[in-house]
Design a protein around this ligand. Structure first.
Ligand SMILES: NC(=O)c1ccc[n+]([C@@H]2O[C@H](COP(=O)([O-])OP(=O)(O)OC[C@H]3O[C@@H](n4cnc5c(N)ncnc54)[C@H](O)[C@@H]3O)[C@@H](O)[C@H]2O)c1
Length: 415
């Protein structure tokens, strides 16, 4: 097969690699010329794709910025961003732009699949009419389906191949084409009755996580008041072999999926005079969590007789999750800003993030920073950091990830 992929980011590039590794030809299109250049030079910019993985695929993935190259593909998969506007409403600009460009080169019999996360109805109500500007009709001249991406950056135990793939076609024939396409790279493809069901299934997965993270974050705040160790409570509950799924509290929710996607559903729900309470409540609890973490830092410093003002505070980990360098919506940035508002002297160490331009900071050397710091706050627990050594060297450690459990020391405060 020859497969076109529009948008070669965290989702599109691993997908391109999966199809190429399965022996198919890939045309990878991106409007960011730096990404096209990097790929032409065999350089990956996504942690989950090593340069060594790209090298043998050089002849199978053709990076391009020219939509005309998509005309020769059997299928085209769209993986462009679906962020929020400043009013926190779905921003489909990238989707509309890429679909408009695709409609100009669309060919009879082609299959188009949307993988970007979005609200139910997008594929049928927004994407199909744009593609039909080509003069062709969906289901008759070309095929259209939705198939959510379920990638979890940094995860190695579940891959594109082993994670079941959901597909929902506008017609049965569309669904069948999508099933055939993904059967080439996934062990299991599950066909749903409509694109809307597939769109909503993806949102449910993310909202499920958001709600459960909010629940344990709220529990952490309550445990703080009650003087109970939240980690001990969660460890205990997690021993139940059924009916409980573990979620850990933390500094707040980051990444561009969990803080963003629920608003896509809330938007669609409002159109139908429905106000989803769980989504709003989870968003509210998770959004105040960084402020709660700052309060914990304040209290820890206070107990040591220091104000935040003028204290040297080292933040460990600024990406939104461990093992990756993505800082989008990271609670660490919020925490850093709040501490600065209190005139704390904030620095950070992150082996995956060399610089954070929006804070005007570069990652500092850990050993050197520990020689002159008042407090180290573990915000994102990257596996490369030796936490025992950290506890031994820092005068005060505030741990928002529970990684110092098992280390008995008087200078550690845990969430
Ligand atoms: N990253 C994840 O973990 C993840 C997981 C599941 C779903 N998703 C969803 O997948 C979609 C893509 O996410 P991502 O993380 O890969 O984003 P990304 O920003 O890493 O990649 C998107 C790419 O699309 C390109 N692009 C933008 N407009 C374009 C256009 N008009 N034509 C061609 N290319 C264009 C960008 O330059 C970028 O390289 C989003 O809807 C996201 O919510 C992401």
């Amino acid at each position: 097969m020859k497969i076109g992929i529009i948008g070669l980011g965290y989702v599109g590039l691993p997908l391109a690699v999966a199809f190429a590794e399965a022996g198919h030809e890939v045309v990878g299109l991106d409007t960011d010329v730096r990404k096209i250049e990097a790929l032409r030079e065999g350089r990956s910019y996504v942690e989950d794709v090593a340069d060594e993985a790209l090298a043998p695929l050089a002849g199978h993935i053709r990076p391009t910025a020219d939509h005309a190259d998509l005309a020769s593909c059997n299928s085209v998969i769209v993986c462009v961003p679906t962020p929020l506007t400043s009013a926190r409403e779905p921003d489909l600009t990238y989707l509309v732009e890429s679909a408009t460009a695709l409609s100009r080169v669309l060919q009879p019999e082609q299959l188009v699949v949307l993988e970007s996360t979005t609200y139910p109805g997008t594929t049928r109500e927004r994407l199909a009419p744009i593609l039909e500007e080509s003069g062709m009709a969906v289901g008759r001249d070309f095929h259209l389906a939705f198939s959510p991406e379920r990638i979890d950056p940094g995860r190695t135990d579940h891959t594109v191949r082993t994670t079941p793939k959901l597909v929902g076609g506008v017609t049965e024939a569309c669904a069948e084409r999508a099933r055939e396409l993904y059967a080439a790279i996934c062990d299991e493809v599950i066909v749903l009755s409509t694109p809307e069901a597939a769109e909503l299934a993806k949102l449910l997965e993310n909202i499920f996580r958001s709600v459960n993270i909010a629940l344990v974050n709220e529990l952490a705040q309550l445990c703080d008041r009650l003087g109970i160790d939240v980690w001990e409570v969660i460890d205990a509950a997690a021993t139940k072999p059924f009916g409980f799924m573990r979620f850990d509290p933390g500094p707040g929710m980051g990444g561009h999926c969990l803080p963003v996607d629920p608003f896509y559903l809330a938007f669609k729900a409002r159109e139908h005079d429905f106000y989803p309470e769980f989504i709003e409540l989870a968003g509210k609890v998770n959004q105040v969590q960084p402020a709660f973490c700052v309060e914990r830092v304040e209290r820890a410093l206070n107990a040591a007789g220091k104000p935040v003002n003028g204290s040297k505070i080292l933040i460990l980990g600024v990406s939104y999750k461990a093992g990756i360098g993505d800082t989008r919506e990271s609670p660490a940035l919020k925490i850093a800003r709040l501490l600065r508002e209190l005139d704390g002297e904030v620095t950070y160490h992150d082996p995956h993030v060399p610089a954070v331009p929006e804070l005007g900071l570069e990652s500092v050397d850990l050993a050197q920073a520990l020689r002159d710091t008042d407090l180290a706050a573990i915000v994102t627990a990257h596996p490369e950091v030796d936490y025992e050594e950290l506890v031994a060297k820092a005068p005060l450690v505030v741990d928002f990830r529970g990684v110092t459990r098992g280390i008995e020391a008087k200078n550690v405060v845990r969430l």
